[in-house]
Write a protein that binds this ligand. Structure first.
Ligand SMILES: *Cc1c(COP(=O)(O)O)cnc(C)c1O
Length: 367
């Protein structure tokens, strides 16, 4: 007898395709036999981590034989001080994406629906289907979230709503008034995940800082990450802030040592490194300006962004343009497929010379 171990698996998982990450630099070097590669595909911080985080990591290298502090006490204390939170509202995760997984595990079954927006982050769809729940994808409005339509889609089966603010890959954002208006209308039995992976980059005055809203809405869970502005993507650390009961539930299912020691100390140090964060923001602001000017010169449409990436309309199948850019040693991200923007490339804001190299390569490829 031969068993088909795909068919043996749970129905929700049988239909999945793995998350497609940005192409690794070394893979392209191997494939093309080239040595110079620039990757602007995964919204990583081009400056890298701050020196305070690196120093903190060196301190714990001597203790690698020991399990990490499974409660993350010191990091939670730092978050409490910095953002006026309560420690038992905080859940630490192996990346903020682990917080999504924990929430689905606690609150979403195969009888439920999960609501999110068209052009939303690919992980929302994968995670929803992995638990056998039904995705309800709401058409975007002006390439951002249509919050009214999202409210209207909520019914008795709805367990959870994902909102990315800013949204990846479009770079659009929602104001505090819009988020508050939305939360007022969402029934309390529906968990709202406000994914603020790029919050640190946003400079708009009317941006909704979710951490200030958690106290007001019991069903709101805000997620933040150290992967983007803090430059610690490799370490995998993020957190959720929610009412204490939701945090209690997540704490019951998380693995005892889900966040490693290096990540804990690096994140703690990063929260004290305002100079590094400011440098990252400035680099991003100037990089957006540089790319926008380049797109304007080429007459290319782009989606105005508040994140550390920008999506640009290349006027034809962006996957072809992506492939051609690879030949120039340039890795970006085509966002057709599930993202439904087939003529757009998403490019991470890089260092000035990286942005210039991208613009030069793009001009060549499009000429
Ligand atoms: C990068 C990103 C995250 C963060 O992922 P981590 O698991 O924290 O590295 C979450 N949401 C969106 C929309 C992202 O782009």
């Amino acid at each position: 007898m031969t068993t088909d171990f795909i068919k043996l698996g749970l129905p929700g998982i049988q239909g999945l395709r793995p998350y497609q990450a940005g192409k690794p630099i070394d893979e392209l070097k191997r494939e093309m036999g080239i040595t110079k590669v620039i990757k602007l595909a995964s919204n990583e911080n081009p400056i890298g981590p701050g020196s305070k985080s690196l120093d903190a990591i060196k301190q714990v290298l001597a203790e690698l034989a020991l399990y990490p502090d499974g409660s993350g006490f010191a990091l939670k204390q730092k978050l409490v001080e910095k953002f006026a939170l309560k420690a038992d509202e905080i859940t630490l995760g192996n990346g903020s994406s682990e917080i999504f997984t924990l929430l689905l595990r606690c609150y979403v079954s195969d009888q439920n629906e999960v609501v999110y927006s068209q052009h939303g982050f690919a992980l929302y769809s994968i995670l929803t289907r992995s638990v056998g729940a039904t995705p309800v994808v709401i058409p975007a409005i002006n390439r951002g979230h249509d919050l009214d339509a999202m409210v209207a889609a909520i019914n008795d089966k709805t367990a959870l709503v994902f909102i990315a603010n800013p949204n990846n890959p479009t770079g659009t954002y929602l104001s505090k008034a819009a988020i508050k208006g939305f939360m007022e209308k969402v029934p309390e039995h529906v968990i709202v995940v406000l994914d603020e992976a790029y919050a640190e980059y946003v400079e708009q005055e009317d941006y909704a800082n979710g951490l200030e809203l958690v106290g007001q809405y019991k069903n709101l869970v805000v997620t933040r990450t150290f992967s983007k502005a803090y430059g610690l993507a490799a370490l995998r650390i993020g957190y959720g802030v929610s009412n204490t009961q939701v945090a209690d539930m997540m704490n019951r299912v998380r693995e005892p040592f889900n966040v490693n020691s290096l990540a804990l100390v690096a994140a703690e140090a990063a929260l004290d490194d305002d100079a590094h964060l400011e440098k990252s923001r400035r680099c991003n602001r100037e990089g957006i300006q540089q790319l926008v000017e380049g797109f304007n010169k080429m007459g290319l449409e782009y989606i105005p962004t508040v994140g550390n990436f920008i999506s640009v309309n290349v006027g034809r199948d962006a996957t072809d343009v992506y492939q051609d850019l690879l030949k120039h040693g340039m890795i970006v991200r085509p966002i057709g497929g599930d993202y439904e923007l087939p003529k757009f490339l998403r490019v991470t804001i890089g260092l000035p010379e990286q942005n210039k190299a991208f613009l030069d390569a793009l001009a060549k490829v499009l000429s």
